[in-house]
Structure formats: C-alpha cells, structure tokens
Design a protein around this ligand. Structure first.
Ligand code: HEM
Length: 138
C-alpha cells in the first residue's frame, strides 16, 4: 500500500473530474476512476475535490463496502501543516440527520405561528359573520 506523504496543497491541485483527490480521516484517496461509479453521484465528489471530505463522507453513513472501496483508492497520507483548512462541512442537500433535525425545529416554530394566527383569524371571522347575521335578522 502506498505511504506517500502529501500536503494539503498537493491534494488541492487534484480538484477536477479528470484528476480528483480527496482527504478522508487524514488519508489521501484518488477518486478519479471512481467518480463515474459513485452511487451517490459525481456531483458530491466534485464538490469536495482536492479538499477534506471526512465530514461529508461520514455524514452519509457509508457502508463497510464503501470503506473498502475507499481503501483501494488510497494514494498516501496527509501531512497537515498549520493553517490548513478544516474538514469541509457537508454540502446542502446531502443526507445529513443533524442538518435535517435543525431544519425541522426551525420549521416547527414557523408552522405553529401560522396555525395560531390562522386559528385566531378564523375565530374572529366567524364571530363577525355571526354578528352580521344577527344584525340582519333583527
Ligand atoms: C471519497 C470517497 C467515496 C467513496 C469510496 C464512496 C462510496 C460510496 C458507495 C460504495 C456508496 C453506496 C452505498 C454504500 O455502500 O454506503 C455511496 C453512496 C453515497 N455516497 Fe459516497 N463515497 C465517497 C464519497 C462521498 C462523499 C464525499 C459524499 C458527499 C456527501 C458522498 C455521498 C453519498 C451519498 C449521498 C450516497 C447515497 C446514494 C444513494 O443511496 O442513493 N459520498 N458512496
């Protein structure tokens, strides 16, 4: 197995579909041949091309099989220098339980507000119509 040491700058140069390296858990992987076969689509891999994909990779909850595939793509180990970028946060739209939860909580408050407001408007409209009818029949 290759034990070449690459810096983050080395990896960052391989950031196109035809030459695509990613970092996962400080290991460097050449995904060039795999990008077209990725069951999760090429878009997500292109999004992390030449970058640290650890968080994106783990957030999806890849299978052991995916980890074996990853093993076969390994080209070296990342040599971290001070000031190197941190692992990239997952792309929007990617399967992410944490992101989904926070979105649901945010939406929950909004939905409650609409329901309460809608209920109040409905109630007052009903009262108003009752009064109108009472006035007409008098
Ligand atoms: C870096 C190397 C990667 C390898 C070797 C890899 C491999 C795989 C494999 C084998 C699967 C099939 C399901 C499974 O076995 O878990 C899969 C699915 C998936 N991958 Fe990756 N993946 C990689 C990176 C990524 C990244 C960076 C993302 C970014 C979000 C991603 C997103 C997904 C998604 C969303 C699926 C689910 C597709 C579906 O079920 O329709 N993958 N990947």
């Amino acid at each position: 197995m290759a034990t070449k040491e690459l810096t983050y700058q080395d990896v960052a140069e391989h950031n196109t579909k035809k030459d695509l390296y990613v970092v996962v858990h400080d290991q460097v992987y050449d995904c060039t041949k795999f990008v077209d076969e990725h069951p999760g689509g090429e878009e997500v891999l292109l999004d992390v091309a030449g970058q640290d994909a650890t968080e994106a990779f783990e957030d999806v909850g890849h299978s052991d099989e995916a980890r074996e595939t990853l093993d076969q793509l390994k080209v070296g180990t990342l040599k971290r220098n001070p000031g190197d970028p941190k692992p990239k946060t997952p792309v929007p739209g990617a399967v992410s339980p944490a992101a989904n939860n926070s979105a649901a909580t945010g939406l929950g408050v909004g939905v409650y507000a609409i329901l309460v407001l809608g209920g109040a408007i409905g109630y007052f409209a009903y009262q108003y119509l009752q009064q109108q009818q009472a006035a007409q029949s008098a």
